[in-house]
Design a protein around this ligand. Structure first.
Ligand SMILES: Nc1ncnc2c1ncn2[C@@H]1O[C@H](COP(=O)(O)OP(=O)(O)OP(=O)(O)O)[C@@H](O)[C@H]1O
Ligand SMILES: [Mg+2]
Length: 362
């Protein structure tokens, strides 16, 4: 008996996405199924190209179909379409906005933002990076384009393209050395400009490097930018001193979904003997995540190479792609992308439940 489409789909129901906790058929991931005699071809369309279990799902999908009687060869193509989590008028073609925040300054927010954004772009996603730090915009320096100035076309600002992503910074709108006394409405106006007046085009993810702390600026920004979610960057010291906890509380109060916490400068691995030293006494990001009930996305060690490459304008993930840190960053990106997908999915289920979204829009 020749194999039918239904046989293949029934078999594929055994393949469960471990993060979304549903099978790939009911998730609508199986596309373009074609059967010719004993050959079966189909695509599995994931929610992000940065999916950490892409290879595993491909293997499982192939195995379950190959096990069917009457099937001799199976071709599984893995693709991705990032789903939209936002309905933001200011940036209609941006599917997800992820803000990077912290309880205080200097914990590595900008370093993490830059490396996460570049790693996401390397996975194949369309990525934008917006530097919204009103106090000290540092992304242009870290991305090696501090001397460039974006130009304007048809009254839109064209973002700078670097390392496979589009970047825009408040730094470009300021004169060098210019000190700005930011007042609430000015912050709001400038951030609005960075969103609406920039020609971001279509983006899967817009990463926003927020200013530090829990003051007015991050607060007004978080209210202005329609957020898919917030990622908190913390050092073990912030966790212990409950500085990171204040940031968590602020965003909870603003109803911004917390996607997870990244622990930066968590430890130092001696390049000579490999011994691991803790830099800050304190609690780990893992404990903080458990305490606040938000996912722990991973930790990045303290490494002089990260700092040096940032100062040189070449993000560490580009300068040292095979390093331990680069691997850590890619792991974090995988988890982050999955958390974003989960949030988007929960939102869509909710909207469908209350009848806002029709099945075909999902
Ligand atoms: N994992 C790391 N290892 C070594 N140095 C790091 C690491 N992360 C960040 N740094 C360095 O720490 C300094 C502060 O980092 P960064 O500017 O990214 O922090 P920030 O939280 O954005 O600061 P601000 O609050 O001022 O915006 C920089 O010199 C950066 O190169
Ligand atoms: Mg910064």
């Amino acid at each position: 008996m020749p194999v039918t489409e239904q046989d293949v789909l029934d078999a594929l129901k055994a393949v469960i996405d471990p993060d979304l906790k549903r099978d790939i058929v009911s998730l609508g991931f199986v596309k373009d199924l074609q059967i010719e005699g004993s050959s079966v071809d189909f695509k599995v369309e994931l929610t992000t190209p940065a999916c950490p279990v892409k290879d595993l799902l491909q293997q499982q999908a192939r195995d379950v179909v190959l096990a069917l009687s009457g099937v001799e060869s199976v071709e599984v193509e893995m693709t991705a379409r990032v789903r939209e989590s936002l309905n933001a008028d200011l940036i209609p073609n941006v599917k997800n906005v992820v803000a990077i925040a912290s309880g205080k300054g200097g914990v590595g927010k900008s370093t993490v933002s830059v490396n996460l954004a570049v790693a996401l772009a390397q996975s194949g996603a369309k990525v934008g990076l917006m530097d919204a730090d009103v106090y000290g915009p540092s992304v242009p320096l870290m991305m090696g384009c501090a001397d460039e100035r974006p130009w304007t076309q048809d009254s839109k600002i064209i973002p700078i393209e670097r390392y496979g992503l589009k970047m825009m910074s408040l730094g470009f709108l300021l004169e060098e050395g210019q000190a700005v006394l930011w007042r609430g409405p000015m912050v709001a106006g400038t951030v609005k400009q960075l969103l609406a007046d920039v020609d971001w085009g279509e983006l899967d993810y817009l990463i926003v490097d927020l200013p530090p702390g829990t003051g007015d600026a991050p607060m007004s920004l978080a209210q202005l930018v329609p957020l898919t979610g917030v990622v908190i960057v913390a050092t073990p010291h912030d966790v212990a001193a409950n500085i990171a906890g204040k940031a968590v509380a602020l965003f909870e109060r603003l109803n911004a979904p917390l996607i997870g916490v990244i622990e930066n400068m968590s430890h130092f691995v001696c390049p000579h003997c490999g011994e691991v030293s803790k830099i800050f006494a304190g609690t780990s990001g893992d404990e903080m995540a458990r305490y606040f009930g938000i996912p722990f996305l991973g930790s990045i060690p303290l490494d002089p190479a990260i700092s040096a490459s940032g100062d040189r304008g070449e993000p560490s993930i580009v300068a040292h792609p095979d390093s331990v840190q680069a691997n850590r960053i890619r792991e974090i990106v995988g988890k982050l992308a999955m958390e974003v997908s989960k949030h988007g999915m929960a939102e869509r289920d909710l909207m469908r439940g209350i009848g806002i979204l029709k099945r075909k829009d999902a």
